[in-house]
Design a protein around this ligand. Structure first.
Ligand code: AMP
Ligand code: MG
Length: 314
């Protein structure tokens, strides 16, 4: 069939317009294909969701590297060596996270404190052989608590405890830090969009199909609706007493310890979710607010001006 020159031009314009509209519709309505990769790391379930298939390996390699430095459950980690000997020359990552943890202890008035480790052990949360200690034992361990008792020498990355018997536990901050580092690694590899879920704490890098990532946080009570958060370049961390606890004589004892009293927290809060720009600060802050209870939000909201606080009490 022969077309005039004008008809051919019209046809070309119609075809091009159709192509542009299809592309726009695809961008607007069609979700891009996402890869979902999972692995158990840092004692929890890591899940990586991205349109770039490389994302899983990049995240898992980085988290594994950090787990080997920071886990108190790995005998040859830097944290285990520090807890045994009271002094180490630390890698930049270990030095940085301890430095940030010390700052956060100050900022939260000691509610978040990694030196709570001897008490976490005493109540049996490390080995899962739970028991209610007598008050004298608690008093003895409390004397070892306080991040001001950790000495840092930035010149040669030395970390040293002031007193023998001191220990640290990064369980309230390491996952958040690992999320930040993993997101950084993704960016270095030119991956701009990815959602990482580290056993309930998430980091949302970039966007999903041009929109913020939508993340739902599972409620403790099954009859309640899940909260939906829209995140981009942010992390959401949740702390709650229901995650790990034991029952003794009708009392429930949870895994988050009040560093002031030495007892598992009873702040009247069921769970706290914090959204902040970094995984590290949202992780530590959710633990701190759980310790402080609802009033903690008023105490800390000016010091963490970008953070959003959500609390459940029943
Ligand atoms: P998260 O689930 O992030 O709130 O962290 C809880 C974990 O942090 C516990 O399992 C302990 O390993 C550790 N931890 C317990 N109490 C505290 C505290 N007051 N400050 C810092 N870390 C804590
Ligand atoms: Mg935490």
């Amino acid at each position: 069939m022969a077309y005039s020159k004008n008809t051919r031009i019209y046809l070309l314009i119609i075809l091009a317009a159709g192509w542009i509209i299809t592309l726009t519709l695809q961008q607007l309505f069609l979700e891009e294909k996402l890869y979902r990769q999972t692995r158990v790391l840092m004692g929890t379930f890591f899940e990586v969701i991205s349109a770039d298939e490389r994302a899983g390996k990049i995240v898992f390699d980085e988290v594994l590297r950090l787990e080997q430095l920071l886990s108190k459950y790995k005998e040859d980690s830097e944290i285990s060596r520090l807890n045994r000997s009271g002094k180490i020359t630390a890698s930049p990552d270990t030095f940085y996270i301890i430095k940030r943890a010390k700052e956060l202890a100050l900022k939260t008035g000691g509610a978040f404190d990694i030196t709570v480790a001897p008490l976490v052990d005493l109540w049996g949360f490390t080995e899962r052989n739970f028991s209610v200690p007598d008050s004298q034992m608690i008093k003895e361990k409390l004397a070892l608590v306080g991040s001001d008792k950790i000495i840092l020498r930035g010149k040669n990355n030395v970390v040293e405890f002031m007193f023998s018997g001191m220990k640290i536990d990064l369980g309230g901050i390491a996952k958040g830090y690992a999320l930040d580092r993993a997101a950084q690694k993704l960016k270095e590899n030119n991956i701009k969009n990815c959602l990482i879920n580290a056993g309930g704490q998430v980091y949302a890098l970039g966007k999903r199909s041009g929109r913020k990532w939508r993340v739902s946080i599972r409620p403790v009570r099954k009859d309640k609706k899940a909260d939906i958060f829209e995140l981009s370049g942010q992390s959401a961390a949740t702390s709650g007493g229901y995650e790990q606890f034991f029952l003794k004589d009708g009392q429930s004892y949870c895994h988050i310890i009040n560093p002031k009293t030495g007892y598992p927290v009873k702040s009247g809060v069921v769970s706290v979710t914090i959204i902040d720009d970094s995984g590290l600060s949202s992780d530590a802050l959710s633990t701190a607010i759980f310790v402080l209870g609802e009033n903690g939000i008023n105490m800390l909201k000016n010091k963490f001006s970008k953070a959003k606080f959500y609390i459940t009490k029943d």
